[in-house]
Design a protein around this ligand. Structure first.
Ligand code: 3H9
Length: 648
């Protein structure tokens, strides 16, 4: 039975059991209605607790039911029935109360949570708005500004934040259900506090308008974040029942939208990415102590990511001064996290307490996993891994963070090469969610499984890639850039290409990205590869010309654009240089419309994506979608390039 009823004296206990995440499927909704009615009809019941079995409170509506004809009772009616109960109902929350799960809790008359519980309304991430009263009840408890933040970002609140903001009454000390029963008993005989009857606290309308403008800008074409935010404002403007009706109408409309379908594809793709044929029953190796070799920008970001996930980190640099500089870099990243409010001072101290920095590689000997982030050069890496092979246990895992080198060539120097794989992080590594887990030729199944498990514990998204130059992401990005450079030489200008792609929803156009990253890194690579380049292939020399003219990007104040006083503008010198390059190549320049630019880029990406699939480098089209969305700013609400191309 999806919902059972047990008794503890005069308290009835409704327990939802619908593994794996207690989604509010039809059986749960029907069970809740039936058991609630029974508890209310029984005169010996004076109060009710709602809790869940298993690892979490209800994590949301059942996404598998979206797109199917809805079956009664609908979730909003279940929440209304709980709210209307004349006996007090207490939600006992553990794990993650998300979406429809939090909406169920909002319908209860009091909420108590475990200290490690999290709560949120992540519907916008699925291209929808909450559909069971979330936008109308939440502001009544936590105020409009905070509710706008939560519904438009979909972020989760910790139990502590939920308590401070008034979302929950208590954090349980010890046994959650026992504490919930005590709370429920204390409410017996009092009038239930119905969230829908609480007035929305006064708020600063000008400030909230600004907040919504910022939400719209950040959404880059996605509808649901601003729609959810506006519904929160309506909670303050409309009678409760009308607000609920407006929310339901918006939910039903958005759930049918192309944006929601695309985002549901992304949701499913993320779960699928973790499922690797042949690894179903493979147990990952235990990893607690992690070595990071090289504490530059990338290494420091990687170290912070591991520390934040609870690992013990030993970072190694080549000498004392570099080790000290590395420590300072890591501390600097933590200082930034603290300043932006992403972590507390207590967490910063605790996490940094698990870091040691050294100038000797021998100090890596207790590590279960060592990942390198040193200069991307084959001889540097082979020397390092040959040495590491003699330092760590024979079963300790070794990983390279190389972007372009062939990991199988590095594996050749590793003793027990089956413990070697690639973990390709994206910069800044403590922020970017994507990690390509690179399947080397000899990697053991449990080592690959460990790579995926570690990435998951980091809170990141792992996508398995085979070995090829640039793996999935950089190889496709090279094709994408090639297409843009062809258009540059044929007649488009950098700001036109960037504007077209940003208009499509990309976080940033490729030339603005390149200016930020620096033009010199890829210039050095092109020079290294010049001798082996196929002379029959079209080659656009504009990037080389820019570098020769000292345009290395933002750091030199000029790249594809001019940077003055922190402002970016079109650089006439660059326009002249591009026009000269076209002339030199014998090309008569022509105008490009935004649509054509976008179509050319998408075609280029999809063609390379198909090649990558044919070669078995990516396991499925949806993995390519995830890489582009999470590593290269492709708009998630379009579902990814392969989804757009109909490969679903
Ligand atoms: C909503 O609530 C709308 C309402 O406002 C209005 C309604 C009228 N449904 O992620 P995991 C499955 S919208 C069905 O690997 P974790 C998932 O597919 C919803 N299934 O675990 C996977 O199955 P499988 C708002 C779901 O521990 C398994 O559970 N809620 C759902 O890393 C394990 O998932 C959300 O958006 C679902 N809602 O993370 C929450 N959720 O093993 C979305 C998960 O067959 N969920 N599954 O592949 C999450 O964020 C994470 O799953 C969670 C657990 C944090 C809960």
């Amino acid at each position: 039975m999806a919902v059972s009823l047990t008794r503890d004296g005069n308290v009835a206990h409704l327990i939802i059991e619908n593994p794996p995440v207690n989604a509010a499927s039809h059986a749960v909704r029907a069970g809740l209605m039936a058991q609630l009615a029974q508890a209310n009809a029984d005169p010996s019941v004076h109060a009710i607790i709602l809790s869940c079995a298993g690892r979490t409170f209800v994590a949301g509506a059942d996404v598998k039911e979206f797109g199917q004809p809805p079956l009664e009772p609908f979730l909003p009616n279940v929440v209304n029935a709980i709210e209307a109960s004349h006996k007090p109902v207490v939600a006992a929350i553990h794990g993650t109360a998300l979406g429809g799960g939090l909406e169920l809790a909002l319908g209860c008359h009091a909420r108590i949570a475990s200290p490690d519980a999290e709560m949120g309304l992540p519907e916008v991430k699925l291209g929808i708005v909450p559909g069971a009263g979330g936008t109308q009840r939440l502001p009544r408890l936590i105020g409009v500004a905070k509710a706008v933040d939560l519904v438009s970002t979909g972020r989760r609140m910790s139990a502590a934040e939920a308590h401070d903001s008034g979302l929950i009454e208590t954090i349980a000390d010890g046994d959650l259900v026992a504490a919930a029963a005590t709370l429920a008993r204390s409410l017996v005989g009092t009038e239930p506090r119905r969230t829908g009857t609480i007035p929305v606290p006064a708020f600063d309308a000008t400030e909230v308008d600004k907040q919504i403008t910022a939400v719209e800008k950040k959404a880059r074409g996605q509808q649901s974040p601003a729609a959810a935010a506006r519904l929160v404002i309506q909670a303050a403007q409309l009678p409760f029942a009308e607000g609920l009706a407006a929310e339901r109408a918006a939910f039903l409309e958005l759930v049918q939208s192309d944006q929601s379908k695309a985002l549901r594809h992304v949701f499913a793709a993320e779960r699928l990415a973790a499922k690797i044929l042949g690894l179903e029953d493979t147990k990952p190796r235990p990893v607690e102590t992690v070595g990071v070799v090289g504490a530059g920008l990338m290494g420091a970001g990687i170290a912070v990511a591991f520390l934040a996930a609870g690992y013990t980190v030993r970072a190694v640099e080549r000498d004392e001064a570099s080790a000290q500089a590395g420590r300072e870099r890591i501390e600097g990243l933590f200082a930034r996290l603290l300043k932006s409010g992403r972590i507390s001072e207590a967490a910063r101290i605790e996490q940094l307490g698990r870091l040691s920095t050294f100038a000797e590689r021998a100090q890596l000997d207790p590590c279960d996993l060592v990942i390198e982030a040193v200069f991307d050069d084959l001889s540097v890496k082979t020397e390092l891994f040959a040495d590491l092979s003699t330092i760590v246990r024979p079963d300790a895992i070794l990983a390279t963070n190389t972007s372009y080198l062939n990991p199988d060539q590095i594996a050749a120097v590793v003793t027990n090469p089956e413990r070697f794989l690639g973990l390709h992080f994206f910069s800044p590594a403590n922020i970017m969610r994507l990690v390509e887990v690179v399947r080397t030729a000899q990697v053991a199944p449990d080592v690959l499984a460990t790579g995926l498990a570690v990435v998951k514990r980091l809170g990141k998204l792992g996508v398995v890639s085979g070995v090829c130059e640039g793996f999935i992401g950089n190889r496709i990005f090279t094709a994408y850039r090639r297409e843009c450079d062809f258009m540059l030489e044929d007649g488009a200008l950098p700001h036109e290409i960037d504007a077209a792609l940003e208009g499509y929803g990309f976080a940033m156009g490729p030339y603005a990205v390149n200016d930020m990253a620096g033009l010199d890194i890829s210039w050095a690579r092109r020079k290294r590869n010049a001798a082996t380049r196929d002379p029959a292939r079209r080659y656009v020399a504009i990037a080389d010309r820019l570098c020769e003219a000292g345009h290395f990007g933002q750091k030199t104040g000029k790249g594809y654009y001019l940077y003055e006083a922190g402002r970016r503008s079109v650089d006439p010198e660059v326009t002249a240089l591009i026009e000269a390059a076209s002339q030199e190549a014998g090309i008569t320049r022509r105008a490009f419309k935004a649509d054509e630019i976008v179509a050319r880029v998408l075609d280029g990406i999809v063609a390379e994506g198909r090649a990558i699939l044919d070669e078995g480098i990516a396991l499925r089209p949806s993995d390519i979608d995830l890489v582009l969305i999470n590593g290269y700013g492709f708009p998630a609400w379009r579902g990814g390039p392969m989804y757009q191309a109909g490969m679903r």
